[in-house]
Design a protein around this ligand. Structure first.
Ligand code: AHR
Length: 515
């Protein structure tokens, strides 16, 4: 638990704060406030696993069909059916892990319908009763992961499937050769096993995944898990369907039932709901949405504490495999671009920054995080102009992830702020050989801030920074103006031994301090 730093405490800690002269007012024209931080580089808080920057793709709207996958016969530039521009952007981001095929869709997905020459048509009952032709199946998903360099995470069907179906999927994917299923995989074009490590055992089993009670689901988890084994040297990492938000009743019910056969991971879903359509937020609704992030941070820490209370609980990873802003979705846009299509604005970019900063701070408590979703659905990284559209645009959320890429694999270090307000500037810091990386997010809608960071335990040599910012919370990268908001160089400085960064309202900044 962090404690707030009083002004006097801060002066004592720095011994030099008085040397910081009045800072020039910036050109942003908003009212200004100063916030002070302490970064204790010697106090390590865990490794920032690249998996904290994971993604999620569901058979929903135009996320997969028309978004990532346009098919071999498409006139849209593609690589064996995968939209080329999307692949290029995702490769540049180095997506660490991709969860598929749902979401709610996963609990009505039957993997055999999506392999081989004769794919079955089935109604997608989760997302609008359209005909799912299964042209994108296991091989296409693994092909996508290989193209973009992501680890696959398969979400298994518990609610309308069976232990046998899931166990067979695992054998199909992971057994090297010689069994009927592995030979079928080879005959379908992949002699090499897929080596899938991450397996979800159901999704939102308290809701769309079967409306179960926790003890009932816990029993099913035990049953399914009994048949999911290491094959071909790949030990499956099993992720049980966990709570919505901080639902402790679900977590306890699940753990009471599964203990001492605890899962490797427990999934958790936490969306930040929005009161308006993505491009129509007012200042109050923007700040209300940002305030939810404190609740997410509390929930993760709280769930960690509860899970750790069980024997061997500390080895169970928290997998926040659905998170992100979920705004009001205009019907006309859904009709044009696909179900749950949502524009990502400057507000969404700031929300992404708040989330990613939080994951750095909670690095020791989290195993994996997957934003919902990678393309065209909710807080997506990429948008395309309809299933037939040629244009593919990286969103503000994509660029926030790009800024935070600097932290991947680094060691998180302790940070402390003099302001606990949920709308105060948010910070995280990580270190690696020869550098300290600091990210700062100003969620205030119309107040600029100056962050003064005392750096304990290091001597800064040089700083470079990049910023994602637009003064209009509703501005976005659109199909006609795709470069409206992209990261730019930003003048951070070392002053009186401190790192000083000016932050316009609604901004995300990542600073690399060379040591
Ligand atoms: O991401 C959209 C949906 O939100 C998922 O299918 C479901 O798991 C959650 O409720």
């Amino acid at each position: 638990m962090k404690h707030s730093m009083t002004r006097r405490w801060f002066l004592a800690a720095t011994g030099a704060a008085a040397a910081v002269t009045a800072l020039p007012r910036s050109a942003w024209g908003a009212s200004e406030s100063k916030q002070r931080f302490l970064i204790r580089t010697e106090q390590e808080e865990g490794r920032v696993s690249p998996l904290l920057h994971g993604q999620f793709a569901e058979h929903l709207g135009s996320c997969v069909y028309g978004g990532l996958w346009v098919g071999e016969d498409s006139s849209i530039p593609h690589i064996h059916g995968y939209r080329k521009s999307a692949i290029d952007y995702l490769k540049a981001l180095e997506v660490p892990v991709l969860r598929w095929p749902g979401g709610c869709f996963a609990d009505d997905y039957h993997w055999r319908e999506g392999i081989g020459k004769n794919r079955s048509k089935r109604v997608n009952i989760s997302w609008g009763n359209y005909i799912e032709d299964n042209s994108f199946g296991t091989h296409e998903f693994i092909g996508l992961c290989r193209l973009i360099g992501a680890q696959p995470y398969l979400a298994g069907n518990v609610a309308s499937g069976s232990p046998a179906e899931l166990r067979d999927w695992l054998e199909y994917c992971n057994y090297p050769a010689g069994s009927k299923l592995s030979d079928e995989r080879a005959a379908n074009g992949s002699p090499e096993p897929f080596k899938v490590k991450y397996w979800g055992v159901g999704n939102e089993s308290w809701g769309c995944g079967g409306n179960m009670r926790p003890d009932y689901y816990g029993g099913l988890y035990r049953q399914f898990a009994s048949f999911l084994h290491e094959m071909g040297g790949t030990a499956p990492f099993l992720i049980a369907s966990g709570p919505s938000g901080d639902d402790i009743r679900w977590t306890r019910g699940l753990l009471d039932t599964t203990s001492p056969m605890l899962p490797d991971g427990i999934s958790m879903h936490y969306y930040e709901g929005g009161r308006f359509e993505a491009t129509k937020f007012d200042a109050a609704a923007t700040e209300d949405q940002f305030k939810i992030f404190k609740g997410v941070e509390y929930a993760i820490a709280h769930q960690r504490e509860v899970i750790n209370g069980y024997r061997d609980g500390s080895r169970v990873g928290i997998v926040l495999d659905e998170w992100g802003v979920w705004d009001q979705i205009p019907e006309e846009e859904e009709k044009r671009y696909g179900k749950l299509w949502q524009q990502s604005t400057m507000r969404s970019g700031v929300a992404a920054g708040l989330g990613l900063n939080m994951f750095n701070r909670l690095a020791a408590k989290l195993y994996m995080c997957n934003i919902a979703q990678i393309a065209n659905v909710l807080q997506s990284l990429l948008i395309t102009d309809g299933p037939e559209g040629k244009r593919c645009v990286p969103t503000t959320t994509y660029y926030a992830f790009l800024l935070f890429k600097e932290h991947r694999g680094n060691t998180a270090v302790y940070t402390e702020s003099d302001n606990d307000d949920p709308l105060a500037v948010s910070i995280s810091a990580t270190k690696a050989e020869g550098k300290l990386v600091v990210s700062l997010v100003n969620p205030k809608d119309s107040e600029e801030a100056t962050a003064e960071c005392v750096l304990h335990g290091v001597t800064p040599r040089n700083v470079t920074a990049r910023i994602l910012h637009h003064a209009d919370r509703n501005a976005a990268n659109s199909f006609d103006a795709p470069d409206t908001i992209t990261p730019k160089a930003h003048p951070a400085r070392i002053q009186a031994g401190m790192l000083v960064v000016d932050l316009p309202p609604l901004s995300v900044v990542t600073v690399v301090v060379e040591l």
